[in-house]
Design a protein around this ligand. Structure first.
Ligand SMILES: Nc1ncnc2c1ncn2[C@@H]1O[C@H](COP(=O)(O)OP(=O)(O)O)[C@@H](O)[C@H]1O
Ligand SMILES: O=C(CO)[C@@H](O)[C@H](O)COP(=O)(O)O
Length: 509
């Protein structure tokens, strides 16, 4: 116990959709402790499913602020909350003391798609979608915080006017550890449609289009490796944190995963968590109408590209329950018993409105491109997984990404435990798939970033900080013949995606 107490370490936290996770990493970069609190299972009193509440309109998705949630969520601190935060009593739990501190108790999270009107208003205010993308790295996205704030301001102006501070989930969590408001970091701040990603300042045009007096409620953004302060006396007295412990700015889960996986140029990271996300390291920003460009969390001169797919693990779980009696091992057997290319059968599975592309519903096609309403169970499972990965390859290529001979795919997130799923990933992309020792790359990356933040004054590059970290492990290589099978199938998938998209949107006006 005494030895554990003396161990110099950094904690990495991941406030994700379904749970809060933590890892402790020592000075040799070994992970020596992991834990989590699962919202549905461990905090049943909040009544969440998959960590969230989906409202009747099917578009609004929130989480109780007192439980807590996920990045691109936003927290609305009520006037006077700062006072409470700085004078917390170590004898009482946070939940009890903070319950009156929020002007909004059910906060929009990243799955929310209810702000289409605010998105159109923001794009119009800055000269269109492309102009907004050039400025902030993304066209207007429903889940991004600027649009969420605009909706709160329009629908609940009283709550907005009683808000003294708006945090992202990342800066909110850091604020709890600090005992005062933490600034937003550049990288998570890039997911708001409010930050000018090249100049790293709030865009006055975007702030003005979303809500009045917003700049003062957001505070100034800071570099991701900034030390934002010392741990609050609440955590020292109640939980025994050493008083000299520092808090490094918190960031989003994907920027943190980029750090955790030590991504190199040319590699692609695939996170298979609640959401499926792809991300790449970029030297130069190349904003487009699809996907996002974020400030890089470990190198202030560089950027990262990100694509987010909403129908990830929860969709896989549904098909597992319907077609594999709720068992991942039966799900895997179905992948093993069906061949690459699924005899030409191909499917789209979007039970909730997808982000990339904006499609909802299930659509299944035979080898002759006839739409059918069902597939046999094994075919259904392969169609889901092949479809999910084909979509990722097609949309990554639309962002300019190309698989090269030295490309590594780095997989993380809950579904990266499943080798059969990763085999399909290797086959569809035609590249080897690697994993790091823990699927919790966002947590590990947060701890690595903390070491980087502590050394930041020394100008030490991130790569130098993490050079002792274990190398990723090879788990799947492409099956011979895979590229021939998927070359043709990818073209059909792209063509059918366009067909489904035009059916969903209706004919052009
Ligand atoms: N063996 C498995 N095969 C496929 N998916 C899995 C497996 N084990 C866990 N998962 C998926 O991992 C998901 C959780 O991933 P995780 O990265 O922990 O999510 P988050 O960080 O968003 O809370 C679960 O919803 C589950 O569907
Ligand atoms: O919205 C995004 C990325 O833009 C998602 O990546 C969310 O951040 C969800 O993360 P997980 O809970 O799936 O880790």
């Amino acid at each position: 116990m005494a030895e554990r107490a003396a161990r110099h370490c950094c904690l990495g936290w991941d406030f994700s959709t379904q749970q809060v996770k933590v890892v402790a990493v020592d000075a040799e970069l070994s992970v020596f402790y992991e834990d989590s609190v699962h919202f549905d299972r461990d905090l049943v009193e909040f009544g969440t499913q998959g960590g969230v509440h989906v409202h009747k309109d099917g578009l609004t998705v929130t989480s109780p602020v007192l439980m807590w949630v996920q990045q691109h969520g936003s927290v609305y601190w009520k006037t006077g909350a700062s006072q409470v935060l700085t004078s917390l009593s170590p004898d009482l739990p946070l939940r009890e003391q903070l319950q009156a501190c929020f002007s909004i108790s059910n906060c929009p999270v990243w799955m929310d798609s209810s702000t289409a009107a605010q998105c159109r208003q923001l794009e119009a205010a800055v000269g269109g979608a492309q102009a907004l993308s050039l400025l902030t790295g993304s066209r207007a996205y429903e889940r991004f915080t600027g649009n969420q704030i605009a909706k709160i301001y329009q629908q609940n102006p009283e709550a907005y006017s009683h808000t003294e501070r708006i945090s992202l989930v990342s800066s909110f969590a850091a604020s709890l550890f600090l005992g005062s408001y933490s600034p937003v970091d550049y990288s998570d701040g890039s997911g708001m449609n409010l930050l000018q990603i090249q100049d790293k300042v709030w865009s006055q045009a975007c702030l003005g289009a979303c809500a009045p007096r917003l700049e003062e409620k957001l505070g100034r953004p800071v570099p991701s490796c900034s030390i934002v302060g010392a741990i609050s006396s609440y955590f020292v007295q109640r939980y025994g944190f050493p008083p000299e412990c520092k808090v490094v700015a918190f960031t989003g889960d994907n920027p943190a995963s980029l750090a955790g996986m030590r991504l190199e140029e040319g590699d692609i990271a695939v996170s298979l968590g609640t959401s499926d996300t792809l991300f790449l390291w970029l030297q130069e920003p190349t904003p487009a109408l699809e996907g996002h460009i974020f400030c890089n969390p470990v190198d202030p001169q560089h950027y990262m590209a990100l694509l987010c797919f909403k129908n990830g693990s929860l969709m896989r779980e549904k098909i597992r329950d319907e077609s594999a009696s709720g068992s991942w091992s039966k799900f895997s057997k179905a992948l093993q018993s069906t061949g690459m290319g699924n005899s030409g059968n191909l499917g789209f599975y979007f039970d909730v409105m997808e982000i990339t592309p904006e499609i909802i519903g299930r659509h299944r096609f035979t080898a002759e491109n006839h739409e059918v309403s069902a597939f046999p169970q094994d075919v259904e499972i392969r169609a889901l997984i092949e479809g999910q990965f084909m979509a990722k390859k097609i949309h990554a290529e639309a962002l300019g990404y190309r698989v090269m001979p030295k490309t590594k795919i780095l997989a993380t997130g809950g579904a990266s435990h499943n080798r059969d799923i990763l085999q399909v990933l290797a086959d569809v992309f035609g590249a080897p798939v690697y994993v790091i020792d823990t699927a919790n790359s966002a947590c590990v990356g947060s701890a690595y970033r903390a070491f980087h933040g502590l050394a930041a004054g020394t100008d030490m590059p991130f790569a130098e900080i993490v050079k002792l970290a274990p190398n990723p492990r090879l788990v799947a290589t492409p099956t011979p013949g895979a590229s021939q099978v998927y070359e043709a199938l990818l073209q059909r998938y792209a063509m059918l995606e366009q067909r489904v998209l035009s059916q969903t949107r209706g004919p052009p006006e």
